[in-house]
Design a protein around this ligand. Structure first.
Ligand SMILES: Nc1nc2c(c(=O)[nH]1)N[C@H]1C(S)=C(S)[C@@H](COP(=O)(O)OP(=O)(O)OC[C@H]3O[C@@H](n4cnc5c(=O)[nH]c(N)nc54)[C@H](O)[C@@H]3O)O[C@H]1N2
Ligand SMILES: Nc1nc2c(c(=O)[nH]1)N[C@H]1C(S)=C(S)[C@@H](COP(=O)(O)OP(=O)(O)OC[C@H]3O[C@@H](n4cnc5c(=O)[nH]c(N)nc54)[C@H](O)[C@@H]3O)O[C@H]1N2
Ligand SMILES: [Mo]
Length: 711
């Protein structure tokens, strides 16, 4: 895209100027806010896997609009984890990381890092673990994944039964007194009710229900508890499946009860240079922060994509009418694509900021083209390292294509058009330039402070104020780094010793400047802090800096597990893992099918026994029928999946223009099959890893063109 696009009444797009697009969008936003209030406006995304820098500036636009709603992909996977962190560690921003490289025993729980990575040099670290006889690799996964094949212990849990397995592991630990009583005494409160609850777990029964042999449960529990150091790394396999929030609690109890915390080779809290998330009050105190239609409360200041279609497609007077999407593609990535399509047709204003004409962009009123991540300054804020933490401000490698604008500039222009931000800041701009030449003067911080004190309405727009002032004084192409300056000041103040240990030195407030200078001058990225293991304790936000071990509502859920009936749907006897990470997908950013060396069609993987049962022949398709919809897909026999479990990749079903310009999708759109109601009742994270489906053979002669067609 080389121009902003405006949708015409016939659905086609017209290229328009930036001036026109900004004026029209700001005008409509102002009208919606005036007629229906800030609650009628919502924001979605603000950063994908590697581009978080632009999203920070989106917060300024939200402030200008008075919109409280940030919908984020993180709130369809990690909010259960964040909420549990808030209860255990005092704030939802207290995030735990795992020292995979340093641990004697590593447990991968519902994650396949061989494909999904998630920590640096994942494959090499996995190989090293595999080869080292003194270390043990444990994988908990219903499938025999690439990671599971490297494991010393593969606990092949029944899909959706991790709560039973984790409870059984914890039951063994508590009942055999393998927990670390000294650690619990020194560093936690309320351990007694937790140990009592674990003492009640019917270990043999739960092991049987989880599908893992009792001896293996006992062996792994003893090994984990007795290890010098051990760590757990969990991901979607437990977060997007049954008991999601309880799973996250039990996962954390596993390392906490054994005292595998805040030491080398264990789990620890870590520092964020730029925090990705915030802290939200408990639901009972959410008050006006709740969404209007579904009454959903925020967690970590985020709202779940699972409720957004209902918030839009409603007759509620305060429904969402305007939506800005940046760096996300909910029409493919959100559960229940048909509901998203219906909701988008009811939006009075939909704006998508993206590098590609995505499925979401195609249904928007305006599409605003941004340069790609190689064509502007960018950064990821997934800096989860502890004790070493680093940051990479990526410099542009290529010039931005004409007609595109980087996200901060788009947000700045919108805020100016809304009358929320001055076009120029003559004095602050001059002071910023002066400071860049003579950083020791440090005139800019005082000038900024004075400006914000005199104009309190500008304070919530600070990121854009920085961009419009300091940004103009930064080297060409690095303007968007202005907000990192602010983050560096906070970080240096909060973690002074750790920053100094990373070799960054300066007296007083100069340390923040020195940290920023280091980041700006390190196009390959740089260490920003070197923590001491004990720093975890100062990062805890509980009153006594102790872990608050008991979460009564989840202990209650744990106690209820024993009576839980086995949920099976005879009409849909297979379980679909709707959204596997494979060699050739990357969320919805892998657009050009020619980039794939294998798995061109994103095949359904199913066990050879199931292939035989369905009498599938080469060239046949499989009709996958779920509650939410159906799709015809290619298939491939695979012993990675056990009988009864089948798997489709996510990130397919994307349109890409072919040689003739035709825009046909490739492979299955998994979210045509998923339903928003199949989710964790508390966090509303979808249970994508276990969607009940029926399968049927579609013989080769049948209509091949209907492949993965939306129903
Ligand atoms: N069924 C099912 N659904 C799933 C999943 C699953 O396992 N199963 N996984 C879920 C998970 S964990 C996640 S995180 C979500 C991800 O889903 P989304 O949050 O929607 O994110 P992405 O698919 O990464 O989409 C990123 C978008 O950003 C655009 N983009 C790339 N670079 C830039 C840039 O520099 N600027 C701008 N403005 N845009 C850019 C891309 O073109 C793309 O459209 O999907 C979820 N959906
Ligand atoms: N190649 C590639 N890498 C990626 C991405 C990508 O799209 N492609 N996306 C990135 C993103 S946004 C994310 S969130 C991460 C996600 O990374 P992962 O969570 O590692 O990826 P998934 O393949 O979705 O699921 C992980 C594992 O969960 C298992 N699983 C399914 N059901 C269950 C269950 O009931 N219990 C247990 N214990 N396990 C189960 C699956 O068999 C699978 O091996 O990957 C990131 N990395
Ligand atoms: Mo994700």
């Amino acid at each position: 895209m080389t121009h902003p696009l405006e949708r015409q009444p016939d659905g086609s797009f017209r290229e328009v100027s930036w001036e026109h697009a900004i004026r029209a969008i700001a005008g409509k936003l102002a009208q919606l806010r005036r007629d229906h209030g800030g609650h009628s406006l919502a924001y979605y995304g603000g950063g994908g896997q590697g581009n978080h820098l632009g999203g920070v500036y989106g917060s300024s636009l939200r402030a200008a609009l008075g919109s409280p709603y940030v919908y984020s992909a993180l709130a369809q996977e990690k909010t259960g984890d964040f909420w549990v962190n808030g209860r255990l560690f005092g704030r939802q921003t207290c995030h735990a990381t795992s020292d995979v490289e340093g641990a004697q025993v590593v447990v991968f729980l519902g994650t396949n890092p061989f494909q999904s990575h998630g920590f640096p040099r994942a494959r090499r670290v996995l190989q090293a673990l595999h080869k080292d006889p003194a270390r043990t690799l444990v994988v908990i996964d219903p499938r025999r994944t690439e990671t599971a094949r490297l494991a010393d212990e593969h606990l092949q849990v029944r899909p959706g039964h991790d709560a039973f397995l984790l409870a059984a592991l914890l039951g063994v630990i508590a009942q055999e007194q393998l927990h670390d009583a000294t650690f619990l005494e020194a560093h936690t409160t309320e351990s007694a009710p937790v140990l009592a609850a674990l003492g009640e777990v019917p270990v043999a029964d739960f092991a049987a229900r989880s599908g893992v042999p009792l001896e293996q449960v006992q062996r792994v529990a003893r090994l984990f508890a007795g290890a010098r150091s051990a760590t757990v790394r969990a991901d979607l396999g437990i977060q997007q499946s049954r008991h999601s929030t309880l799973n996250s609690y039990l996962e954390k109890l596993l390392y906490l009860v054994c005292g595998h915390f805040a030491r080398p080779g264990t789990n620890s809290l870590h520092s964020f240079l730029v925090p990705l998330i915030g802290h939200s009050p408990e639901p009972e105190h959410a008050g006006g922060l709740r969404t209007r239609v579904t009454g959903m409360h925020p967690i970590a200041k985020l709202y779940p994509p699972n409720v957004l279609p209902a918030e839009i497609d409603s007759d509620h007077p305060e429904r969402v009418r305007g939506l800005i999407v940046d760096s996300a593609n909910p029409l493919r990535s959100g559960a229940d694509s048909p509901a998203y399509r219906a909701a988008f047709s009811r939006l009075e204003l939909a704006v998508t900021i993206d590098v590609a004409l995505t499925e979401t962009a195609a249904l928007s009123h305006f599409v605003l083209p941004a340069p790609s991540q190689f064509e502007k300054a960018e950064a990821t804020f997934f800096n989860l390292g502890f004790p070493h933490n680093s940051f990479h401000l990526r410099h542009p490698l290529l010039p931005a294509p004409p007609g595109t604008l980087p996200e901060p500039e788009i947000y700045r222009r919108l805020c100016v058009a809304l009358g929320a931000l001055p076009e120029r800041f003559p004095l602050l701009e001059r002071v910023a330039r002066l400071d860049r030449r003579a950083p020791r003067l440090r005139l800019f911080p005082a000038a900024l402070k004075a400006k914000l004190a005199l104009n309190p309405k500008l304070a919530p727009l600070t990121p854009l104020v920085l961009y419009a002032t300091l940004g103009r004084a930064l080297p060409t192409g690095l303007e968007a780094a202005a907000v990192v300056w602010g983050a560096a000041q906070f970080y240096a103040r909060r973690h002074r010793e750790a920053v100094e240990r990373a070799g960054i030195r300066a007296a007083g407030a100069g340390l923040g400047e020195a940290l920023f200078a280091r980041i700006l001058g390190s196009p390959r990225g740089t260490p920003i802090s070197e923590h001491a293991w004990d720093d975890t304790w100062s990062m805890l936000r509980t009153p006594e800096r102790k872990v608050q071990l008991a979460i009564p509502s989840l202990l209650e859920e744990l106690a209820g597990l024993a009576d839980e009936p086995d949920a099976r749907d005879p009409a849909r006897p297979f379980l679909l893992m709707a959204g596997e990470r494979r060699a050739y997908n990357a969320n919805t950013i892998y657009r050009d099918p020619a980039w794939r060396k294998t798995d061109a069609e994103g095949a359904l993987w199913l066990h050879p026994d199931d292939v035989a049962r369905l009498e599938l022949c080469p060239g046949d398709r499989v009709l996958v029928q779920a509650e939410g919809g159906e799709a015809q897909v290619a298939w491939q026999a695979s012993e990675v999946v056990p009988p009864g479990l089948v798997s489709l990749p996510h990130g397919y079903g994307l349109v890409h223009p072919d040689a003739d310009g035709a825009r046909t999708p490739t492979g299955p759109s998994v979210n045509e099959l998923t339903s928003a109601a199949h989710c964790d009742p508390f966090t509303r994270t979808p249970f994508h890893k276990g969607v009940p489906v029926q399968l049927a053979r579609v013989p080769r002669a049948a209509d091949e063109a209907s492949f993965a067609r939306p129903t």
